[in-house]
Design a binder for this molecule. Structure first.
Ligand SMILES: *Cc1c(COP(=O)(O)O)cnc(C)c1O
Ligand SMILES: [Zn+2]
Length: 372
């Protein structure tokens, strides 16, 4: 398999087997290759994200690290009397969609013969990387902010990863991991382009589950954009393979208390504004300095989408509503439902929103929401 690893900022082409996580110029990397999707072939394979094998940039099957995850069910819901397709990404092995990215990223690490990885995360990406590293027999160090939910911390350390809790902001945690990445492979869900090659399977599954059609719009909780960028890449692959004729509108959701992308969109800024960080119950998307901000804004514009900000009160209300309908997701996931309520929808459009993470990860936060 021929890969082209290119810097997004300066177009430098890096060696195929590079272990660097960013370009010498500081820019993030992309990976390009000939990606094929054969609807006849995939239909005969087991329902999971690796059924799109020819669209995933890993050479030998022997290097694939997988729990046969994916093909999460879509359930039709009514929100304020309007139809919404909810894709249950909370039903992954580690309880969030980050398993999609971790499966491909750790497969890549295995392919390169990496022995130790480091990663930083607000919790879910760390849990996913720790689980897949455990499966691959790769040593793992995860840096998390001190405020991370105890359920996620337990998960990371029980998978056998070394857990490092960093005081201060999410950005302080990222800086600590980058320092460790001077010596070890940086399995970053933000910087490493292979992670996005995994999250793009979200798009393939939606297309297949909707009878080989693209929806009109996707609502995506967004901090660093791992699902948003992945979904875009996946639908673009489908379009390039002649399987859909237009891309769905991408609607990114941010928490109003930490909304740098929303402010860039609203105020037409070229960079994330300083001082975006604030406390929010949507811990999974509380990212004050999104690394791929310009890429995310390009996607919003190219697909005719928009960015919506939702308040903690709106998130809480949406969460309690979906729980009353039998769904259990962590607070961050409810941002998608809260945003759906705010976007004008005619009722005959096909809109898909994910439950990005499981409610069981955040029991103490869930209890607090319920006033206990
Ligand atoms: C990672 C994550 C998201 C999306 O965050 P990005 O920073 O945009 O990748 C949304 N919800 C949950 C629960 C997450 O863990
Ligand atoms: Zn560069």
């Amino acid at each position: 398999m021929t890969l082209k690893i290119v810097c997004r900022a300066c177009d430098t082409v890096h060696p195929q087997d590079t272990r660097f996580w960013r370009c010498g110029c500081g820019g993030p990397l992309d990976v390009g290759f000939r990606c094929t999707i054969d609807a006849g072939k995939i239909g005969r394979r087991a329902p999971g994200m690796w059924r799109y094998r020819e669209a995933l940039p890993i050479g030998a099957d022997a290097h694939v690290v997988s729990f046969n995850e994916g093909f999460t069910p879509i359930v039709g819901m009514q929100i304020d009397g309007k139809p919404l397709n909810v894709k249950q990404e909370n039903l992954f092995p580690t309880g969030s969609f980050k398993d999609r990215g971790a499966s491909v990223l750790i497969s890549r690490a295995a392919e390169l013969g990496v022995e130790r990885v480091v990663e930083d995360s607000s919790g879910n990406a760390g849990a996913a990387v720790a689980a897949y590293a455990a499966k691959a027999g790769i040593d793992c160090e995860i840096y998390v902010p001190e405020s991370t939910s105890p359920g996620k911390l337990a998960q990371i350390s029980l998978y056998g990863a070394k857990l490092i809790r960093v005081p201060g902001s999410r950005e302080a945690t990222a800086r600590a991991a980058m320092a460790a990445a001077e010596h070890h492979f940086y399995a970053s869900h933000v910087w490493n382009p292979f992670f996005f090659q995994g999250t793009k399977t979200y798009a393939f599954e939606i297309w297949e589950q909707l009878g080989f059609n693209a929806p009109d719009a996707l609502i995506v909780p967004t901090g660093h954009g791992t699902m948003l960028i992945g979904a875009f890449l996946g639908f673009r692959d489908l379009q390039e393979n002649g399987l859909i004729d237009r891309l769905p509108r991408m609607i990114a959701v941010q928490a109003a208390n930490c909304a740098p992308l929303y402010r860039m969109w609203r105020d037409q800024l070229a960079e994330p504004p300083l001082s975006s960080s604030g406390n929010t119950i949507a811990e999974g998307i509380a990212i004050a300095e999104p690394t791929r901000a310009s890429q995310i804004l390009d996607i919003i514009r190219e697909t005719g989408g928009r960015i919506v900000a939702v308040t903690d009160a709106e998130i809480k209300e949406a969460l309690l509503d979906i729980c009353k309908q039998g769904l259990y997701a962590e607070p961050t996931s409810a941002t998608a439902i809260a945003a759906f309520r705010k976007v004008p929808a005619s009722g005959d459009e096909c809109i898909v929103a994910p439950l990005t993470g499981h409610g069981l990860k955040s029991t103490e936060k869930m209890l607090k929401l319920n006033g206990e």
